[in-house]
Design a protein. Sequence first.
Length: 523
Amino acid sequence: MDLVINNIHIPIEKDGMDEYIWAVAQKMGIDAADFSVIKILGKALDLRKQEQFNYTMSLVIKIDDSFPNKQKFNLYPKTKTVEKKVLKMQERPVIVGFGPAGMFAALELISHGLKPLIFERGKKIEERSVDVGNFIKDRKLNPESNIQFGEGGAGSYSDGKLFSRRNNNSSIVNRVLKTFVQFGAPPEIEYISKPHLGTDVLCDIVRNIRLYILEQGGEIQYNARMTDILIVDGKAKGIVINGEQEILSSTLFIALGHSARDTVEMMHKRGVAMEQRKIAVGVRIEHPAQTINRMRYGRKYDGFPGLGAATYSLNHTNRKIRRGVYTFCMCPGGEVVNAASNDGMLVLNGMSYSDRASPFSNGALVVSCHSSDYETNSPLAGFAFQKDIEQKAFRAGGADWSVPAQNLMDFLGEEGGGGINENSYKMGAVSTDMREIFPDFVIDELLVAFRKWRVKVPLFVSHHALLLGAETRTSSPVRISRNKQFESINTKNLYPIGEGAGYTGGITSSAADAIKAVEAKLL
């Protein structure tokens, strides 16, 4: 029989299968020869005790059925093979957008014997990477091929985090992780607590998924932007591509990214129901990776082999006015990148490669917004709010894609700042007061949070830190309203999914959302 053994603690100095077996034997009071480890379910690094770091493990072991204390442990459920129903549709299903949601919608449709038509406004990943590189070098933005738009979506140029809650390999999230492994991800992403892939690995996976979809009869059109939706009597009948090509279908999965503002605006004009959604805006904060390592690992484990660049997560809530300040999308050993998709609007993101070997670590540091921060009650008011900040950031940087930046000590009005730190942003930095870019409430809440954190993590709130602006596209400020079957509440045949639809916030959750939507439609 197979048993799940939880809460196995392994000193990081002794990490390895021999130690796992010994620890299980000690916990169960049996000989190591009486069982075998057949699967790692979970592995998380515990940094709470600075004097000793441990991995906390969950393992599946195979042991004889006669083991007397089996009632003390959970049986590991056998994997059930579910055969997908092969379905037929009169019209091929259409997917708009080929980021994580679009890709996994396509894969799920193909698993049911269907051959989707996919439309991506940007280019293939190989061509897109050339455009991103040319933008950094020549400072000429391609508004249809950049870090936001193109095959793989914004996630292709990120840290590639696959964080999400999961339940011992039985949830839909783990189907997503298994799929990533199938297409080239390292197997350990299925059990480590905070898996990440990195841009280099993600780009390979995106290409592999594309090739598989094409082999299975799917069709992908690039440089193909949806410019209209054909709606008759409250039902979507098809779409228009690039203002001229009509595609008829009664099954439309709209898998936009959060930056497809023009497409959402078009859908709003066509009467598709949508509503405002709260977002958060702020800065990228960057430190030398060594500073963050020292902050998180202490002197004992600073530089310890295998630990890699350290991560962090900080938050503060002003309960009186219900505003939160928090870090997310942290990129250890990464770089700050220009994620613009519109001329004259500067927005930042973080990116890293699989080895996380950059000498810098950065994270988004943002303040939550209220609906009252927007100028109108329009569902699109959040777009206007974002654009205003992005335009100010562009001008503050000199209107040539240089980034506005400020040493944290200068921002706090204290001595020891010394101007702009060395940083990872490849298009140059200009010294700026962040008050020129952000609304007063953002500045005020950042100041309060830094005062709190400097006691708890003084290395974080120090002259080592550089603020870069602006981080605005943390999530979609619009939610396209849908019912429990994932269908638009007022436009039949229309299935808004993923981050741009306002329902998810990352690679894994967007992929899972797509799978659920396809299942809801087909089953």
